[in-house]
Design a protein around this ligand. Structure first.
Ligand SMILES: Cc1ncc(COP(=O)(O)O)c(C=O)c1O
Length: 469
């Protein structure tokens, strides 16, 4: 690299920061304008493979100009589309440093600060989430991979107890594992099941109630029917309803049966951080492993998930990588890569640490409580309007409404809300019926913004109803 290029590269870093800050300042007050489509974005970026390099500042300028129309306003205050946190500026700033420092958080010798900060952030997470202080934590890309990692540890341990070394000998000839999973589990849990050779089709699905919560008596039946090693997968926070499984009932049953109990708590596990909401996840600490996200309720930038395992030895057995050129961790030292599927990896601990420092225990609890209160308020206002039905009681930060008890009217209202672009809300199928699905998970969202959104939804519904479809 020429000296000029290096200086221009630094200038490009400053330009990127300016663009990013201007964007975030704008989004805090801007309307949710319609976003350019994928096809429009493809056309904007399409170009022949570059033959020659370009000026760093020009590249960043071009990137910001081309991409901005296609940036979904998920950091804005009226984004309710999916459980997407806010990519809080403090987390973004910490992540910028992680990137600029270029640390490879594979190994504590390659990245002492990145490794140490993970160890500290891991302790803080366990404390905030009310989980056993001796559990191990892998800093992964998100809950999908966190579920996979936890289930890999589960597979290792239940087979070890059955006298089988899955890491050495694989699954061929291994004692078959029975996997129990709630009927309303998140689709991504099945990814982990598939990656681990457990077979998405060979699970025993446990019946759930109208809100998607496992029925404890069917769980008991499934456990009683199971033979051999068992992995049971529960969840804290159903993606459409926010419902949490009855851990107080199912965790002792799983323990009694010698089953490994894993909990997918991508967002719902954060109910543990609010004393006011901990009753919703009562007993969750009795499980053997937990998956959760930082990029949802902790508001870290993407990607940030946590794979938490009570049996740290099983966690390491399933994940650790050894090679002579990688000096091992010794004594109480902790190698980040011993708990995740990758070796080379982003230093995710900096952003997680920064966000916990940003909010503190009280701030996280207040945010969870505020989002739950906003969800309840929005649902109550909407359900008071003739023709709008609240599909399930609000339990956490998620809820669903249906319009005119009709799929077409519901989808047309969602479309109208998206076209009006005051707020962004999506749809989902629940028990075979289309619903508008609302997620409250961004620290940018306030009660006032929620009211603006409810007004917009009511307006969209009235126009849809009057105009027909
Ligand atoms: C309950 C649940 N589990 C798993 C996931 C997957 O998480 P991620 O997208 O962070 O991998 C989600 C995402 O919304 C979720 O809500």
């Amino acid at each position: 690299m020429e000296p000029d290029d290096i200086d221009n590269g630094y200038a490009a870093m400053a330009d990127a920061a300016k663009h990013a800050i201007a964007y975030r300042r704008g989004i805090a007050t801007a309307e949710h304008t319609p976003v350019a489509s994928y096809a429009e974005m493809l056309a904007a970026f399409a170009a022949p493979t570059p033959e020659r390099g370009a000026d760093p500042r020009a590249i960043i300028e071009e990137l910001a100009t081309l991409a901005t129309p296609g940036i979904r306003a998920s950091t804005g205050p009226r984004f309710f589309g999916w459980v997407i946190g806010n990519s809080h500026p403090t987390g973004v700033a910490a992540d910028w440093l992680a990137t600029a420092w270029g640390q490879n958080a594979a190994n504590l010798h390659a990245a002492p600060a990145a490794s140490a900060i993970e160890a500290v952030a891991a302790d803080w997470l366990l404390d905030l989430l009310g989980l056993p202080a001796s559990a191990s934590v892998g800093f992964v890309t998100g809950a999908t991979v966190a579920n996979f990692v936890c289930l890999a540890a589960a597979r290792s341990e239940v087979l070890r107890r059955a006298g089988w070394d899955v890491e050495a000998d694989g699954l061929f000839g291994a004692p078959p594992i029975t996997v129990l999973i709630g009927d309303d589990a998140h689709a991504t849990v099945y990814s982990g099941i598939k990656y681990l050779g457990l077979g998405a089709q060979r699970v025993r699905r446990v019946m759930c109630d109208a809100s998607g919560r496992m029925l404890a008596d069917d769980f008991a039946r499934a456990l009683a029917e199971a033979t051999g090693p068992v992995i049971a997968i529960a969840q804290a926070g159903q993606i459409n309803t926010g419902a949490c499984d009855p851990f107080v009932e199912i965790a002792p049953m799983a323990r009694e049966a010698g089953a490994w109990l894993h909990v997918d708590g991508a967002f719902g596990l954060w109910a543990q951080a609010s004393l006011q909401h901990r009753h919703l996840t009562a007993g969750v600490e009795l499980a053997d492993s937990w998956a959760t996200d930082g990029h949802k309720w902790l508001q870290t930038p993407y990607d940030s998930g946590f794979a938490i395992v009570c049996d740290a030895e099983a966690h390491r057995r399933a994940m650790a990588i050894t090679a002579s050129y990688l000096p091992p961790a010794e004594g109480a030292e902790r190698d980040p890569s011993a708990y995740v599927p990758e070796l080379s990896r982003r230093a995710r601990g900096f952003a997680a640490w920064a966000m916990i420092r940003q909010f503190g225990r009280k701030g996280i609890a207040a945010m969870v409580a505020e989002h739950c209160a906003i969800a309840t308020h929005m649902a109550e206002r909407l359900a008071a309007v003739p023709g709008i039905e609240l599909v399930c009681p609000v339990e956490l930060n998620q809820f669903m409404v249906r319009f005119g008890d009709d799929d077409d009217l519901t989808l047309a209202t969602v479309k109208q809300v998206q076209e009006d672009a005051v707020a962004f809300i999506g749809s989902a199928l629940w028990r075979g019926r289309w619903v508008m699905r609302v997620s409250v998970s961004s620290v940018a969202t306030t009660m006032a913004e929620a009211d603006v959104t409810v007004d917009a939804v009511i307006g969209a519904w009235e126009r849809t109803k009057a105009g027909g479809i």
